[in-house]
Design a protein around this ligand. Structure first.
Ligand code: ATP
Length: 654
């Protein structure tokens, strides 16, 4: 059974100290492949916004013309004309900003959808080891909150940092042209503002990253609480769960307040300094007007321009903050996208080259696999071996029988996150399940049975050695081909939010229909599906929670057998069934197992009896292989496991 590792992944976030210290700009540049297809529209939108902003800067010049012209000459018609110009400029500015919004809305939702689709696709193709390591909440928050932040960045800060930059530049030039001394006064705070922005950016980057990671942690807690609601209620853990939630949300609140304090600090600098200088310029300008050195219109134009630049300057603070959050979101997005795909994973590092590929292997028969004894009546193979003792008889079976079926060749496995000096979980596993044979796999809890079965469809990669299916190395097959040949039913039967029929037919090709569905439901004794309100069209809830454990297990079994796989791997498939249903499923499974090569993880004698032979996994090795009766007689550990004590322990854990 998968262990708690699957539900409590370690913290995989890169240590802040280990994260490469890259500038926000370089990180954001990674978005270019997604932005490229919509660059024309985004560019046009930015151009329109620059024009709109510059239109706003013409308004002070019209004011200057009005004050020095019609107002000074007491010409009402001129004043009305000036007012009309101002109105037209205001309307033009508003229309242009509206056009910009219209231009960006569609392409940006396209970018967000593309990025989300890529992330989802990547998550499907990442190896199981990746999902073991990453908390689901961290992945969820990247697919939702982070992508929303990116869309907002492309919509506002990306454009407005450019627009405001151009506006400030043009505005400053206009002010210097009006009166260069007043212009220099206005430029005074530029240096302290720039320095503050640089310091702010670095500090804000760290806090933004922390906040986004904490959102991921919080999402994980919420998700686990919802999925585990029965356990929380059943054990009355809602208070401790709520405490854990409050603690995390308190931490997030603290981080958000830290962000707010940083924003307040930069805001104070960015707002106060320009305000003070505008005040100073007003005083100086008024004195100059009083002395006759400056026209009133010029002063009005100057101050109006300075006031028009207030917003572009003040907004820099939060535009930088949003950009920083977007850089963090980009970094978090690509942390997932940069993970190696299943397909890119190298095979075992020390693959023995003995007899690779089809044909005779030349591989020595494993010790426990050599001695032919009598097969159970009616079984397809006569090659059943005794459990213990030195090899006595060489196998004389035809080559096809020796290489056919499912075979582990000197397989070794250690979880990638296990300490490097720990012994391998599976060590020198040699096991041969002959074509058409079914083999039960028995072992103490935690001995590695589930892990061993997961190696067959390459959910994990063997550390050394190789596995062959009918003589063909599984690493030489495409994953699609491999997984079409091997069907699995896991101990934890997961159903998807779809109809019962769709859940079962997931295990077959697209051509499978009602006949295959009925047959599979029959084999798994899951005919209850026909009695559901809408028969096999009935939707099962999230994870099939509306069905009982036994019902879900039978549907999972039906899914495994529906595609008539060449190889069947069942991880304790009958654990949740009552004795009568179990007997019925066993009877039906026997017929299926006659046509396939199967490996069945078993805890109970009744499941073991489904198989032709049994392999005992102990201490990371296949300690014995033989029939149930033989192993009962000759192997004390097996006898103990089957005596019921171990089975009861396993039952008690469920
Ligand atoms: N993703 C993982 N990373 C590291 N160690 C793991 C991982 N999954 C399982 N293990 C460890 O591997 C060992 C074997 O686990 P496995 O689930 O294969 O045992 P099992 O024999 O199927 O147990 P059971 O009979 O209880 O289902 C356990 O000690 C477990 O802690």
């Amino acid at each position: 059974m998968p262990t708690s590792h699957a539900t409590a992944p370690e913290d995989v976030r890169p240590d802040p100290a280990e994260r490469p210290d890259r500038s926000a700009v370089r990180i954001l540049l990674r978005l270019w492949p997604y932005v490229r297809p919509v660059r024309a529209r985004l560019g046009t939108a930015a151009f329109v916004a620059v024009v709109a902003s510059l239109v706003g800067l013409v308004i002070p010049l019209v004011l200057k013309w009005m004050v020095d012209g019609p107002v000074a000459d007491r010409d009402p018609a001129g004043v009305w004309l000036g007012a009309l110009y101002l109105l037209l400029l205001g309307v033009a500015e508003a229309l242009l900003f509206g056009l910009r919004r219209w231009l960006v809305a569609r392409p940006l939702s396209h970018v967000e959808a593309e990025m989300r689709a890529d992330l989802y696709g990547r998550l499907q193709r990442l190896p199981v080891a990746f999902h073991d390591r990453w908390a689901s909440g961290q992945l969820l928050s990247r697919a939702t909150t982070d992508l929303m932040l990116l869309r907002m960045f492309l919509a506002f800060p990306l454009t407005f940092l450019l627009v405001n930059g151009v506006t400030i530049l043009v505005g400053v030039v206009i002010m210097l042209l009006q009166d260069w001394t007043l212009g220099l006064v206005i430029l005074g705070p530029a240096l302290p503002v720039v320095v503050t922005c640089v310091v702010f950016e670095k500090k804000y980057a760290d806090v933004a990253r922390l906040a986004q990671d904490q959102v991921g942690d919080l999402t994980t807690v919420v998700e686990e609480s919802v999925l585990g609601i029965r356990i929380i209620k059943g054990f009355g853990r809602h208070r401790s769960q709520a405490r854990a939630f409050h603690e995390l949300s308190g931490q997030l609140r603290g981080t958000e307040l830290h962000k707010a304090r940083l924003l307040a600090a930069i805001w104070a600098v960015i707002v106060t300094l320009p305000e003070v200088t505008i005040g100073a310029a007003l005083v100086m300008g008024t004195v100059q007007v009083a002395n006759g050195d400056l026209s009133a219109g010029t002063l009005v134009a100057f101050l109006s321009t300075a006031l028009a630049l207030r917003w572009p300057v003040e907004s820099i603070g939060f535009l930088l903050a949003m950009s920083q959050e977007a850089a963090t979101a980009t970094e978090r997005y690509f942390e997932v996208m940069d993970e190696g795909l299943e397909e890119e994973l190298a095979g075992p590092t020390q693959t023995p080259q003995r007899g690779a590929g089809n044909g005779a292997t030349g591989h020595d028969e494993p010790e426990a696999d050599r001695r032919p004894v009598t097969a159970p009546a009616g079984r397809p193979t006569a090659e059943v071996t005794t459990p213990a003792g030195p090899p006595t008889t060489e196998v004389t079976a035809p080559a096809a029988q020796r290489t056919g079926g499912l075979r582990f060749h000197d397989v070794r496995f250690r979880y990638p996150d296990a300490p490097p000096d720990s012994p391998p979980l599976l060590d020198r596993i040699d096991l041969h399940i002959r074509s058409g044979e079914s083999m039960a796999l028995v072992g103490a809890t935690g001995s590695g049975k589930t892990t061993l079965t997961a190696l067959i469809p390459r959910l994990h990669e063997v550390t050394a050695g190789r596995i062959t299916l009918d003589g063909q190395d599984i690493t030489a097959m495409s994953r699609a081909e491999l997984r079409a040949s091997v069907a699995m039913a896991f101990e934890e039967p997961t159903l998807f939010s779809a109809s019962v029929g769709e859940n079962v037919l997931m295990g077959a090709g697209p051509e499978a229909g009602a006949a295959e569905l009925d047959r599979a439901l029959g084999v798994a004794q899951a005919d209850f599906a026909h009695a559901l309100p809408q028969g096999t069209e009935t939707q099962v809830g999230e994870q099939g929670l509306s069905l009982s454990g036994g019902q879900r297990q039978r549907l999972a079994l039906a899914r495994a057998v529906v595609g008539r796989p060449r190889f069947l791997v069942l991880d304790d498939p009958l654990s949740a069934l009552d004795v009568h249903t179990e007997a019925a499923v066993e009877a039906a499974l026997r017929r299926v197992l006659a046509d396939t090569t199967a490996l069945i993880v078993a805890h109970r004698p009744s499941t073991v009896l489904l198989a032709d032979r049994v392999a005992l996994l102990s201490g990371g090795r296949i300690a014995a292989v033989g029939t149930h009766q033989e192993l009962l007689r000759t192997n004390a550990e097996y006898a103990h496991l089957m005596s019921g004590e171990e089975s009861r322990e396993v039952e008690a854990r469920r």
